[in-house]
Ligand binder design. Sequence first.
Ligand SMILES: Cc1ncc(COP(=O)(O)O)c(C=O)c1O
Length: 478
Amino acid sequence: MSIPKTGMSKQEILDTLEQYKKDDVKWRSGKVFAYTFSAGEDVDDLIKEAYMKYLSENALDPTSFPSLARLEREVVRFVIDLLRGDDNAVGNFTSGGTESIMLAVKTARDKAAADKPHIKNPEMVFPRTAHSAFHKAAQYFGIKPVMSEFNSDTFMADVDSMRNAINENTILLAASAPSYAQGVVDPIREIGKLALEKGLLFHVDGCMGGIMLSFLRQMEGFDIPDFDFSVPGVTSISADMHKFGYAAKGASVISYRNKDIRKHQIFATTASTSYAMFNATMLSSKSGGPMAGAWAVIHYLGMDGYKRIIGEVMAAVKKIKDGINSIEGFRILGEPKMSIFSFASDSVNVFQLADYMAKRGWYLQPQFSTEKTPHNLHITLMYDHVRNVDELLKDLRECVEELKAAKMKIDINTVREQVKNMLESFGDDAVKQLSAMAGMNDSGSAPEELALISCILDALPRNVSKELLIEFVNNLFI
Ligand SMILES: Cc1ncc(COP(=O)(O)O)c(C=O)c1O
């Protein structure tokens, strides 16, 4: 669509924007188990109003907008208190989990440059189950990512493997509380000990769990291992308000044990002929909306409101996990501690099952296999899903039966074999051929049924699937 010569009416513009959404996942239905977090329409409405109040205020300069500095301090204090940080703990409001993780990594790099200048090629060690944001940070900041192993039954980080991966260039350890894929909390206490023994910084990725696990820890009937600043050795934690804090997107907190560490996060310069620039986080100009939204939801729900919501979510989680485990050949992977988990099946191809469920309006996220663990589907269960638990289990059981009876079954092992042959015979042209086989066309759009694409990505060596994704995204945008 090109820019119109004369402006459109407000109504036309708003209608057009609404119409653009028609092919989006229908997250309001409470059937989409990823991407959006809603604590109900009353909370969403409040967040929108609060966000709009601060939409135009600019956090570029907290001295010009002390209201934003205050909102940031108060949201960060809420999170640090949950994470049992003491009076020395500090933090900042960021745009999301990835920014928080990237800042923790940049901080580790710059602290190492100051304290350990002999390290010329810094490395960081994290289990393979850690979020992709660590790889992104490694790439952006020139740090070698060293992946350690995980236990294939529990999906928890293997601490001996982390120990073996540490060398004289290591500057940072990282682990998850919990990991996105399986919702499993790594052995944070043991890793903290290792960090102290080796004199290393240790980041805990609590983007998903920092807030929810902290509440669960305070509630009856949940066995939550320590993962926060109460654990000696933990030096930074990321916790996203825009996930289980139920705030609007653009809201995360990166916190540090003390200012001596955090100072390496901050950028300041007077080198330019323009204004003195100082940024605690990555963005410079940024809207005050996300902070105001986060502040509003915290004060609207209060501790009791969060606990009530979390109690209902966890009751739903138990029902779904029991339901899935009771389907023959199905199992929940690892021991998830909160409301994110995954399941695999020996009786059907779960990637194809996701397509069957999609036809009934459900979105279940495909996750890849490793040499030791099966391909699986992910569920992030939040408040808006609670009302749909019975329907989910009913549809899941019916789709499994439909798939078992279907003529067109995609066998993941056959795809694996075909992919291997194509890679051998097409050489450099393999990525293009595989995109065509998967039905990804030149405009960058994906076909309605995604099982084949998922099977192909699952079968490809990781360096090739990465190229395929880059090709896809390069075609998606002009
Ligand atoms: C464990 C974990 N860490 C980090 C991130 C990145 O967060 P964001 O998408 O807000 O950048 C995610 C996102 O799902 C996550 O699950």
